[in-house]
Design a protein around this ligand. Structure first.
Ligand code: FAD
Ligand code: MLT
Ligand code: ZN
Length: 477
């Protein structure tokens, strides 16, 4: 799962027995307790089939009170627990490492409240992201977060990973959009920070602790979030560039000339397009191949105003020879077709074989150099591709080999080199996917010792028995 060995089981955790299962039957109905290996299999392994645990119990609570009772019992008995949302995470955080109980939030899937004036929505943690989007659409609102996994990932999982995605450029991160969280602490205490207020400076902002802590500090049971009005005029451009300098300049022009209507600025290199053409039912919109592509989206509320702005922008980047080809989509069918090029890269890579995924924040100057360095290192041994949220400085460096299983030899060619490079340029070794099981021992490349020590003492205060998502996020060494 990385160049590091999988941590061995901490023998201080209790092994679940029949008495424990009988106890859980006093909290949950029998349908919410899975013990049959064939029912548990899908929960034990991640979608990439890279991480596999060995749990023999899945619990599916329906209420916060049930979550609280489960955790109180587990804490008293020192039974380890892994919270699981849609299980779409990229770093092995959502599956057990050994025999931890899997606590699935998928039965807590209700949208509880929506205020049509403020746009604040309150929902249970297991609500699927796309369900929230579909609920908001007729009311003229939209979720400030969008990602390729929207049909499966849950808002509690999004909050716990502080997921970024393609709208972060426009609406900012969940640290700003989440107004409140209800969470259950390791000892079963229910923490009600479910504010729906935009402003609340009453001391430490405790809800922030649960945003991006990947289930190590508590189980998120409810989320309140501000949602923006849904734009009514959307345009998407797909542009081809000759070199990465052009991509950079188009980005800075897009920011200054499109301003408030710029809603996405995504990047992919040619090998990504080739993969999508190979694995999906799509056609290349361009006659000629180019090394770099930009997907740019504008969203606003006044079609005439938006088109005028976009046309001026296009005229200026063409006059400056900043793109070598381009195509515009203005109706929803063509817009989805363009987005498919970007959003199906992950799935297409998955069809190739083993995929080694790296999610980096890098200064724009070094953004693509790491892809070129890795490509030179691998030569024809692996396919090295680069894509991502270039508007937010977030590169997805992916290396695929035709055959599974994952190989130590390949990991050793990538790690720790990729992390050293990132650290040298003061980037982040995890821009948006989190740390999970993949990166705890590499955390020091992006966080100082003092920061890691403070993280450990927060963990120790909130979960002294270390029952919540053990072996993840915090370094073992
Ligand atoms: P899971 O995978 O189930 O869990 C993720 C982590 O959160 C685990 O550590 C788990 O223990 C914890 N967790 C889950 N629910 C809770 C809870 N209620 N309380 C406490 N802890 C919890 N990510 C991005 O940031 N940007 C992208 O653009 C993006 N695109 C993606 C595209 C595809 C096709 C796929 C498959 C994934 C993508 N991801 C992306 C990864 C992303 O992290 C997840 O999709 C999403 O945020 C995780 O939600 P989930 O419900 O699946 O959580
Ligand atoms: C994306 O931006 O498409 C996701 O983060 C998924 C990935 O990195 O594969
Ligand atoms: Zn991404």
């Amino acid at each position: 799962y990385s160049s590091q060995a999988k941590p061995s089981r901490d023998s201080s955790y209790a092994i679940i027995n029949n008495d424990d299962i009988e106890h859980f039957k006093t909290i949950l109905d029998t349908h919410s307790i899975l013990t049959d290996p064939s029912d548990i299999d899908g929960f034990n392994q991640d979608w990439m089939r890279k991480y596999k645990g060995n749990s023999n119990l899945v619990l599916k609570p329906k209420t916060t009170d049930q979550v609280s009772k489960i955790l109180k019992y587990c804490n008293d008995k020192k039974i380890a627990v892994v919270p699981q949302g849609g299980n779409t995470g990229m770093v092995g955080g959502s599956v057990p490492v050994h025999d931890e109980i899997i606590l699935s939030l998928s039965n807590m899937n209700k949208i509880e409240k929506f205020d049509p004036v403020t746009g604040v929505v309150v929902c249970q943690a297991g609500t699927v992201l796309e369900t929230i989007e579909n609920y908001l659409t007729p009311m003229g609102y939209t979720v400030p977060l969008d990602l390729g996994a929207k049909g499966s990932c849950q808002i509690g999982g999004n909050v716990s990973t502080n997921a970024g995605g393609i709208r972060l450029l426009r609406y900012g991160s969940l640290h700003g959009n989440v107004l409140g969280v209800e969470a259950v602490l390791a000892d079963g205490t229910i923490l009600d920070c479910l504010s729906t207020l935009r402003k609340d400076n009453t001391g430490y902002d405790l809800k922030q602790l649960f945003i991006g802590s990947e289930g190590t500090l508590g189980i998120v049971t409810k989320v309140s979030m501000i949602t923006p009005p849904k734009p009514t005029s959307v345009n998407v451009g797909l542009f081809a560039c000759q070199d990465f300098n052009q991509v950079k300049t188009v980005l800075s022009r897009a920011k200054s000339q499109l301003g408030d209507i710029l809603s996405a600025f995504e990047f992919m290199d040619r090998p990504c397009i080739d993969l999508v053409l190979k694995h999906q039912q799509v056609q290349d919109p361009f006659q000629e191949k180019s090394p770099f592509y930009i997907l740019l989206e504008t969203s606003g509320f006044n079609e005439t105003h938006d088109s005028e702005k976009l046309n001026n922008f296009l005229e200026s980047i063409m006059a400056e020879n900043l793109i070598i080809d381009g195509s515009l989509a203005t109706d929803s069918k063509n817009i989805s077709a363009f987005w498919k090029f970007r959003e199906s890269i992950t799935e297409s890579l998955g069809k190739e074989g083993a995929v080694y995924k790296y999610d980096l924040s890098l200064p724009i100057e070094q953004f693509y150099s790491i892809v070129e360095l890795m490509r030179a290192k691998f030569d024809d041994k692996a396919n090295v591709v680069g894509f991502g949220h270039v508007g937010d400085g977030n590169l997805h460096l992916n290396i695929s080999t035709p055959k599974k299983p994952y190989s130590k030899e390949i990991f050793d060619m990538i790690e720790p080199f990729v992390y050293e490079y990132t650290s040298e340029h003061r980037g982040s070794i995890s821009a948006e996917h989190g740390v999970g099981l993949m990166k705890p021992d590499f955390l020091h490349y992006s966080k100082s010792n003092n920061s890691i020590n403070l993280m450990k003492s927060i963990k120790n205060t909130m979960d002294p028995n270390n029952i919540l998502n053990p072996y993840k996020v915090l370094p073992t060494k």
